[in-house]
Structure formats: C-alpha cells, structure tokens
Design a protein. Structure first.
Length: 194
C-alpha cells in the first residue's frame, strides 16, 4: 500500500508514504504499534492498515489486548470511539422511535446505542441533542450536541437501504464543513480526515 500511494497518491499522502518507506521496516512497525496502543484519527496509514485488521479479528472471534476504554459510548469489542451512526429501518423501532447503532472507528464493529443521547458526552436532554440535514443528502445527517459541541454523522438506512455507510459518510463531506462552520468538532475523523 505504501509503495502504491507513494507512486500514485495525492502529493502530501505520497510524500508521507515515501518518508515511511525510507524510514525502514522497524519505523513502520513502530508507527503501527503506537497506533494499536493509542489510536488517533490523524494517522492515515496506521488507521488504513489496522482498521481492516481489527475488523478481521472481531469477525474471527479473536480476543485481543486492545480494549482501550470501557464505556457505553465506546466499542464493546475494542473500546474505540464511534466514527458514525447507523439509523435502522422502521422495522427496528424502539421506544425512542427507531434504533441506532454506532460504528467503531477502529474495528468497524457496530453496537446499539440510545437514539437520543450524545455519543461523546452522554447528554440526554433532547433540547440539547439535535440533528441537521440537507436536502442534498437526504439519508445522511449531522447529529450534534449543544453541551459538548461534538457531532457525528448518521446514515439512515431506512431512507436509503442501499447506502454504504462508510462511503456515504465521506461523500457527505459538505455536512462536515457545515458542522465546523457552526463550531462543532467531530468525535472521530474518518480515513479521509473529515
């Protein structure tokens, strides 16, 4: 991956890939090990390499030592933060009007989470937790919290059942720009850095 990106990727990413390649295998191993211990949404290559690896561990039922933090707003498998939310179709109704799952930014595992609750700070006052939508992206919205000023995007599978959540979340980048302009900070950036 590093060689391909260094030869064909965008200028800044290609430069970063060349630096890593020139640093040698031990430097690459150090970057991956550091990310594994303390994930950050600012390390593209480490996240791009280890995210599918973590997903494979989960899919294979492999227990690993990466449980970062235990909390309801963290992935029950690895302790990662949510990258986005999935709103389930109408058939999956709850007392709050529909179910929501958070998708882990580290291992891509979904887990159930209350619909009217900030996944960053736990705010549950519906007057402080809201969403914003654009007609351009009818199935993607920004869920924002007035208490902590954080947000994440939700992909509504009831509106577009063929949605590919991690792709549609990136495609709706204009919503991230809107959220930033209004003073919100994303809980976890995606691979593209949005």
């Amino acid at each position: 991956m590093l060689r391909d990106v260094s030869e064909h990727g965008p200028e800044q990413l290609a430069l970063d890939a060349r630096r890593l390649l020139e640093s040698g295998d031990s430097a690459i191993e150090d970057v991956l090990a550091a990310y594994w211990r303390a994930p950050t949404d600012r390390q593209f290559f480490a996240k791009a390499i280890l995210q599918p690896y973590a997903a494979c561990l989960v899919d294979g039922g492999v227990t690993h030592d990466r449980l970062l933090t235990r909390a309801d707003n963290r992935c029950p498998r690895c302790g990662g933060t949510p990258q986005l939310a999935l709103l389930e179709p109408a058939g999956a109704l709850t007392a709050e009007g529909g179910s929501r799952q958070l998708l882990c930014a580290n291992c891509l595992t979904p887990w159930p989470f209350r619909r009217v609750l900030c996944p960053h700070c736990g705010e549950g006052d519906e007057r402080k937790v809201g969403y914003f939508q654009s007609p351009t992206f009818e199935h993607v919205r920004v869920d924002a919290c007035e208490s902590c000023r954080h947000y994440l995007k939700s992909v509504d599978l009831g509106r577009l059942g063929l949605a590919v959540p991690i792709v549609d979340e990136v495609a709706a980048a204009a919503l991230d720009l809107w959220a930033r302009e209004h003073g919100y900070e994303k809980i976890e950036l995606n691979l593209v850095g949005l």
